[in-house]
Write a protein that binds this ligand. Structure first.
Ligand code: DX5
Ligand code: ZN
Length: 215
C-alpha cells in the first residue's frame, strides 16, 4: 500500500504541534523548503525541520526548492531530516550533490519539475533512493494536478525498478488512485490533508479509502 506524506505547507503554523498530532495515519512528514529564488515563494528553514523531527517519531523528508542546495544540505541533515530531496534543475552537478547527501548520512531523493524530462536522471538512476515527480509546478500548495505527468510516472517506474517513486502536487482522493496505478509508492498531500476546518486524520483516511476502492 502506498505511503502518505502530508506536506505541512497549508497547516496552521501557530498550532503546528497540534496539527501534526491530529494527522494520525501519516507515514512521512514532507517539508517544503522554498527560498524565494528557485521558486517564487518563501517558506521555512532548518529550525522548523528540527522542531518537527524532535516532536514526532515519524520520519521527516525535506524537499529543497532552493538555489545552491549544496550550501544548505548540511543544515537539514543536522536538523534531523531522514531524507533530502534536491531538484535536478538546481544544479549542473547532480552526481556530486547525490554523493554529498549520501555522505551526510541521509537518504537520497531527486525531484523533477513537470517540464523536465525523465532522461536527466538516467545516468544517476542507480544512486537514488527516491525519485520525486512533481505533478504541479513547484512553489505553492493547492494547485491543480497535471494529468500529463501520469505517463512520466509510468516511465519512471520502469527506469527505476528499485527506488521509491514519490508524487507531489494536487494529490487527493480523486488523483491518488491513478498515480498509484502508474507506479507511485509515496503520495505527498498538502491541501488535501491540512485545510482550515478539516480533520487531518479523516482526510488521510479518505485518501486511503480511495486507494482501496479503486483496487
Ligand atoms: C509544491 C510543494 C508541494 C505542495 C503540495 O511546491 O512541493 O509539496 O505543497 O501541496 P498540494 O497537495 O496542496 O498540491
Ligand atoms: Zn513538496
Amino acid at each position: 500500500m502506498a505511503l502518505i506524506a502530508p506536506s505541512i505547507l497549508t497547516a496552521d503554523f501557530l498550532r503546528l504541534g497540534d496539527e501534526l498530532r491530529r494527522a494520525k495515519g501519516a507515514d512521512v512528514w514532507h517539508l517544503d523548503i522554498m527560498d524565494g529564488h528557485f521558486v517564487p515563494n518563501l517558506t521555512f528553514g532548518p529550525l522548523l525541520c528540527a522542531a518537527v523531527a524532535k516532536a514526532s517519531e515519524i520520519p521527516v523528508e525535506c524537499h529543497l526548492m532552493v538555489e545552491r542546495p549544496q550550501e544548505l544540505l548540511p543544515r537539514y541533515a543536522e536538523a534531523g531530516a531522514r531524507r533530502l530531496i534536491v531538484h535536478a534543475e538546481a544544479t549542473p552537478h547532480l552526481h556530486r550533490l547525490i554523493a554529498q547527501i549520501r555522505d551526510l548520512g541521509c537518504e537520497v531523493g531527486v525531484a523533477l519539475n513537470p517540464g523536465t524530462p525523465l532522461g536527466v536522471i538516467e545516468e544517476v538512476a542507480a544512486d537514488l533512493d527516491l525519485l520525486l515527480i512533481m505533478t504541479v509546478d513547484p512553489g505553492f500548495g493547492g494547485q491543480s494536478f497535471q494529468p500529463r505527468q501520469v505517463e512520466k510516472i509510468r516511465r519512471a517506474r520502469e527506469l527505476l525498478p528499485k527506488a521509491l517513486i514519490e508524487v507531489d502536487g494536487g494529490i487527493g482522493p480523486n488523483t491518488a488512485p491513478e498515480v498509484v496505478r502508474a507506479g507511485a509508492d509515496i503520495l505527498v498531500a498538502g491541501s488535501a490533508v491540512f485545510a482550515p476546518g478539516a480533520d487531518p486524520q479523516e482526510r488521510i483516511a479518505e485518501i486511503r479509502r480511495s486507494l482501496h476502492e479503486s483496487r
